[in-house]
Design a binder for this molecule. Structure first.
Ligand SMILES: Cc1ncc(COP(=O)(O)O)c(C=O)c1O
Length: 449
């Protein structure tokens, strides 16, 4: 250990996940059953999730023990390093100190494995044989493929069509780990067929792929569905990131002034930042910033309303910042950030102004990623590069702050996006206000009256 890199030992892997539910500044608005308009009951979720995960989804316990079998698999890559970006600091000539929690160190290359392993474990324990899921950038799909492979389950992945063709090697990785992968929308499900009928050339979206994966699970007895973000239990599993980060900062005697992470559905942000929220609520001065793309500005331009989590309206209604479930974002390269909503727990904290939000467009994000790669060496995922952009802008203020951000994943499968940037072919995209208004008109009345 020195202050350029803080490495914990295997015994420092957290023994319990942190669930923010009892520490939220007010009660989380319950998710609603769209058929009845009433708060969701555990049995409503039983066709698609195993009972232990439903229990975690609704749990108000602050700490949830991590099973030994899950810790055993975590040992492949956890604890992850906390590193100091000294060469970037030098290039920026800043008096701020920049640290990053390196979640790219997992076999699948991102934080997504933290919940994939847990979800595969609980499914297996309850006799499930196959898990269906969606993936945007391919990071979540590859994490779940890896976890299912290690724990002996089959895995079916509906991959957003735009990413399927932009990132063929993510698909190959999933297949290496034994999963079957389809470009979504497919003609395998009613949801996919409905979308294709209206728009055969659609690039797809996470919302559509979720509809397909949920339908697959609901129509097969041996299959359950798994979501890589948004839900409470997913955010809880990700808390290992922030719990380790806290310990690592304590070891080197650093107190964070600014915490930053990118937001798609909200899981890496929550996992990284939530363990610090109780300190902030007790008065500790720390800014917590959630970063998203201008092409998918759920937190900065969306509205805080009840909405569906998917396009075909198969999921419960969640109170969250949303651009409307019918929203189809532009095909930006940060595929994992192209989601119309943000996790209800993260949304509530933004609503209560405990968390700030910022949006950046593609070119400044890739400019930051290139500066990062040329100073720190590692190649970041486009999603992660949103957090890097924000960290650089904060460090340029030269105000002696300690900035810590979550390095959610590597960009080894995103090289075509890097080529497009280096060739000057990337377009900045600002999602138009009229389109947001149009999509918000389609939001259901339930819960929003
Ligand atoms: C590297 C990386 N970071 C961040 C995200 C965003 O997801 P979430 O907001 O759930 O962390 C993704 C999603 O695929 C990702 O692949």
């Amino acid at each position: 250990m020195d202050n350029e890199r803080v490495i914990l030992s295997l015994k420092d892997i957290p023994k319990a996940w942190y669930n923010i539910m009892p520490d939220l500044p007010e009660q989380l608005p319950p998710s609603l059953n769209p058929a009845t308009g009433k708060p969701l009951m555990p049995q409503d979720l039983a066709p698609i999730f195993p009972l232990s995960l439903i229990e975690q989804e609704m749990s108000a316990e602050r700490w949830i023990d991590i099973p030994d079998e899950v810790i055993d698999v975590y040992k492949i890559y956890r604890p992850t390093p906390l590193r100091r970006a000294v060469r970037l600091e030098k290039a920026l000539n800043t008096n701020c100190r920049i640290y990053y929690k390196d979640e790219s160190a997992s076999p699948a290359g991102s934080h997504k494995l933290n919940t994939a392993i847990a979800q595969a474990y609980y499914n297996k324990k309850e006799g499930v044989k196959r898990i269906s899921t969606e993936t945007g950038a391919g990071q979540w799909g590859s994490a779940l493929s890896f976890a299912c492979n290690i724990l002996g389950l089959k895995c079916t992945v509906y991959m957003v069509k735009a990413s399927f063709y932009q990132k063929p090697y993510r698909k190959s990785l999933m297949r290496v780990w034994g999963a079957e992968v389809f470009p979504s929308p497919t003609d395998r499900t009613n949801s996919g067929r409905a979308v294709l009928k209206g728009n055969p050339e659609t690039p797809g979206s996470l919302g559509i792929a979720i509809s397909e994966a949920v339908e697959d699970a609901a129509t097969h007895d041996d299959t359950k569905y798994s979501l890589g973000s948004v839900l409470n239990h997913v955010l809880t599993h990700q808390s290992v990131i922030g719990l380790e980060t806290k310990k690592q900062l304590e070891i080197i005697g650093e107190k964070p002034d600014t915490l930053i992470a990118c937001v798609g559905g909200g899981s890496n942000f929550a996992g990284f930042a939530f363990p610090f929220v109780p300190d902030k609520l007790k008065g500790k001065q720390v800014r917590i910033i959630a970063v998203e793309p201008t092409a998918c500005p759920s937190l900065t331009k969306g509205e805080y309303l009840y909405d569906f989590g998917d396009t075909e309206k198969l999921t419960p209604l969640m109170k969250m910042y949303t651009l409307g479930h019918s929203f189809i974002p532009a095909g930006i390269h940060a595929g994992g950030l192209r989601y119309h909503g943000v996790a209800p727990q993260v949304s509530l904290l933004v609503r209560k102004k405990i968390v700030e939000s910022k949006a950046f467009s593609q070119n400044p994000v890739f400019e930051a990623a290139i500066l990062w790669a040329r100073t720190e060496g590692f190649l970041p995922a486009p999603e992660t590069s949103h957090a890097i952009r924000c960290a650089i802008d904060e460090a340029k203020k030269n105000d002696k702050k300690v900035i810590v951000f979550n390095y959610s994943g590597h960009g080894h499968f995103d090289l075509s996006a890097y080529d497009a940037y280096l060739d000057g072919k990337l377009e900045d995209y600002e999602h138009p206000e009229e389109k947001i208004k149009e999509a918000l008109k389609k939001i259901p009345e339930i819960g929003n009256a």
